[in-house]
Each structure stands twice: as structure tokens, then as C-alpha cells.
Design a binder for this molecule. Structure first.
Ligand SMILES: [Zn+2]
Length: 135
């Protein structure tokens, strides 16, 4: 079975491509590889699903990485000025960060419950490219 260390979940937003490439390198994920799941809004459909099946679909995708590739580390990365959150009036504010912090906390708890033997790392990525740990 082909294995990799981690699975990264982040937004489809085109503005993140370069920052994410740098993040991969910083986390030493470009060498041993990682699964990638890109969804508009990143973890929003897990933390605040429009419908229950959205949450199930999200968890099923994580399960593929878990079962098929032996992933035991999940990186959840939300980002500044994410269109899915509609917080464009409060970009770079404590309110924006608090919203993402809360969703990341909820998502982490759900994933930890489903996959107890995994490590879950949560980040908030700025459009400038910096990624800060959020917990
Ligand atoms: Zn986004």
C-alpha cells in the first residue's frame, strides 16, 4: 500500500497556490508527500454544514486518506478573506480570526472523534502567505 504522512485540507482559492507551496516546503511535506483536499471554504462545510450530508461527505474524504494512505496527521487550513465566510467587511480583524478559530476548533473535535489516533493541526493562513497555528 502506498502511504503518506499527512492530509491537508484547504480552500480552492487561487490566491493560496504559492503560499501553500511554501507551506508544504516548511512542513517538509513536499518530500514524503501528502494527500490534498480542496473545498471552497475549507473546513466550513464540516464545522457549519448546510446539510448533514455535507459533513458526512467531508469525513468520508478524510477516511479515504486514513484508510488508503495510512494518514495519521490532518492539517486544517482556513484563510484570510475567504469568500465562503462572507467576512470581507472585517478582513484582518479579531472578529475574522475568532470566526475561523471557532470553526477550526469544531472541525478538530469532529475529526478527533471520528479518527481518535490522529494528530490534527489547525492553521489560519494570511493572504501575505504567513500561516499561524490556531488552537
Ligand atoms: Zn476560501
Amino acid at each position: 500500500m502506498a502511504e503518506c504522512r499527512a492530509c491537508l485540507v484547504y480552500c480552492m482559492d487561487f490566491r493560496l497556490h504559492e503560499s501553500l507551496a511554501n507551506f508544504f516546503a516548511e512542513q517538509k511535506l513536499d518530500g514524503d508527500g501528502a494527500d490534498v483536499i480542496r473545498i471552497g471554504g475549507a473546513i466550513k462545510s464540516l464545522a457549519q454544514p448546510k446539510e448533514a450530508r455535507d459533513r458526512e461527505f467531508f469525513l468520508e474524504q478524510l477516511n479515504v486518506a486514513y484508510e488508503l494512505h495510512g494518514v495519521r496527521q490532518f492539517y486544517l487550513i482556513n484563510h484570510e478573506d475567504c469568500g465562503a465566510y462572507g467576512l470581507e467587511d472585517v478582513i484582518d480583524s479579531p472578529e475574522e480570526l475568532a470566526t475561523h478559530r471557532e470553526d477550526l476548533r469544531v472541525a478538530k473535535a469532529l475529526i478527533q472523534d471520528r479518527f481518535p489516533d490522529t494528530e490534527i493541526l489547525t492553521y489560519f493562513m494570511r493572504l501575505s502567505g504567513t500561516a499561524e497555528v490556531v488552537d
